[in-house]
Design a protein around this ligand. Sequence first.
Ligand code: ZN
Ligand code: ZN
Length: 177
Amino acid sequence: MFIMGHLKIGAIKRIIYGVINLSPEICMKIRAARRDAGLSQSVLAAEVGCKQSALSMFEQGDGTKLGDEIVEKIAQKFGIVLGKEEEDLPTTPRGVSRRRPGTAFCPNPECPGNSMYKVGDLKYYRPDRAAQDPAGGKFCAICGEVLETRCPACGAEIHEGGVCTFCGKPYVSAIEE
Ligand SMILES: [Zn+2]
Ligand SMILES: [Zn+2]
């Protein structure tokens, strides 16, 4: 299945060269499996060798954001069969860490804890860290996403606002419209 709304130059190229495409359902399934495993986007991205921002957009349903090799690695890790329906994976119990509250952010652009703001034509999200991370846990208290504790782009400590002051990258990556 292919969603026309997400059709971009990259997507067209992939069709021409006959590379497998991924449905938004598979993208969501991968996201659910990662969350159930308690892995943040940046941890999984580092493990399979892609950017956190690309993984974030992929998980929002744009199957063109990751190369097939990366997708296959992730699918294999979580026991997801690509292109087929299969049973839900068993969920692992969710642990609680001893991290200081409010020192992590939720990378999900659809989380109500991320308020959108615009600079020119560019969309950014400002995480409400106190609301997302009131107890220093591993998961967003609002939407359940696995929290990020560092800037996914450069690894610097996170701070107020929507953009890392060390590398200039936004904390929350969303598919551009
Ligand atoms: Zn959230
Ligand atoms: Zn940074």
